[in-house]
Ligand binder design. Structure first.
Ligand code: SF4
Ligand code: SF4
Length: 368
């Protein structure tokens, strides 16, 4: 009898790569999917049915900007009918009283709004979208007044990290139950723009101190999630709770992935939901089994007592920095490749180059 893996808890649907903003750290792949390749409404409905049958508990509607899909309320309604907890991850520039009412009526549970900065000038420059920050502030008020759970997400880097205290104050002013201060993760667009985005060690230390002090002060009223950049870490993150253990991601064209960055791994033939069922892919596909658990680990992970805590770190980062997804994540101070991180961190000491904004047809230059 074959032992099947536990089912995923969370499903992230990248409904589209279309987005009005052009953040230089976007987690979407460098090769953006065009609208014509996106799954149809019926195909996404089938994905939701399959996910609920497999045991998924929560669904994140993401993108790109998921509100660029006019069928979003229909998909939210279908998720609610299946008993799935639904979260909208949005830039919020398309949220207004009418669109929010449609989503709330469909049964949406939670909204996560991404902010590019605490002030309009910085935010609109980073997202390359004039007037975006003001729209986001208005949208956050609408979400709060509609009584939906609200998280404010701030992606931080050398252009805005000094304003983390103001970001936390924004969360307090909105009465958000949770905010997320997430340093840029350096894959895809973030890696391409690393020299423009990576903060210095001193900037990161000041940010960390501000977050820890605010956590103490706001204990019991607001949760502050904090994600540090691996470049200054001694141990890697338990990326996605381990490869293909808890989380499954579906790209706009239906490729099924163990995380949103996995399309950066070129040696994988990612299965398609147009050709196989979600259960077959999760339970039996070779790319999902390849790094699941501990069987694949090299030393020093193989004999390390943290191997079932961080699962050897991030496979995409190992590939991006060493060319081999099967190596120990260089973020770990025990990794043979750890020196790469310290060398890369030197970039933060030099003047930042211009952003390569995220868009179809951007000049992608040469990857670091
Ligand atoms: S990170 Fe920016 S560009 Fe990418 S999907 Fe989010 S808002 Fe759009
Ligand atoms: S050696 Fe491997 S398992 Fe141990 S802390 Fe480093 S990455 Fe994690």
């Amino acid at each position: 009898m074959v032992n099947l893996p536990d089912p995923p808890m969370s499903l992230l649907l990248e409904l589209t790569h279309r987005c009005p903003l052009q953040c230089p750290y976007c987690s979407n792949p460098l090769k953006l999917e065009r609208a014509g390749a996106e799954l149809s409404t019926d195909e996404w409905v089938s994905v939701l049915d399959q996910a609920a049958a497999l045991g998924v508990l929560q669904v994140h509607f993401s993108g790109g900007e998921p509100m660029a899909r006019p069928d979003l309320p229909d998909l939210v309604r279908h998720a609610a009918s299946l008993g799935l907890y639904s979260n909208l991850i949005t830039s919020a520039v398309l949220l207004n009283p009418r669109t929010l009412a449609a989503l709330a009526d469909a049964g949406l549970d939670h909204v996560q709004i991404s902010f590019q900065d605490a002030d309009a000038e910085g935010a609109d420059r980073i997202g390359n979208y004039a007037g975006g920050h003001a729209k986001k502030l208005a949208a956050a008020e609408l979400v709060r007044d509609a009584g939906l759970a609200l998280t404010l997400n701030f992606v931080v880097h050398r252009h805005n990290i000094a304003r983390v205290p103001q970001m936390i104050a924004m969360g307090e002013a909105f009465g958000a139950g949770r905010i997320e201060i997430a340093n840029v993760q350096y894959y895809g667009w973030g890696l391409l723009n690393r020299a423009a985005l990576l903060p210095t060690r001193a900037e990161l230390d000041a940010c960390t101190a501000a977050v820890f002090a605010a956590r103490e002060r706001l204990r019991g009223t607001m949760v502050i999630d904090y994600v540090v950049p691996d470049y200054y870490a001694a141990e890697p993150k338990g990326c996605m709770g381990g490869w293909a253990r808890r989380f499954v991601n579906i790209s706009p064209a239906g490729r099924v992935l163990p995380c949103h960055a996995a399309e950066t791994l070129p040696a994988f033939a990612w299965p398609s939901i147009r050709e196989e069922t979600l259960a077959d892919i999760w339970n039996h596909s070779e790319p999902f089994a390849r790094y699941r658990g501990t069987h694949w680990m090299p030393e020093p992970c193989k004999s390390c007592d943290r191997r079932e805590i961080d699962w050897g770190g991030c496979r995409c980062q190992a590939f991006a920095l060493t060319g081999d997804a099967g190596r120990t994540d260089p973020a770990c101070e025990l990794a043979p490749d750890h020196a790469i991180m310290a060398e890369a961190a030197q970039e933060a000491e030099a003047p930042p180059p211009a952003f390569v904004y995220r868009r179809v047809g951007a000049n992608l230059g040469v990857m670091a």
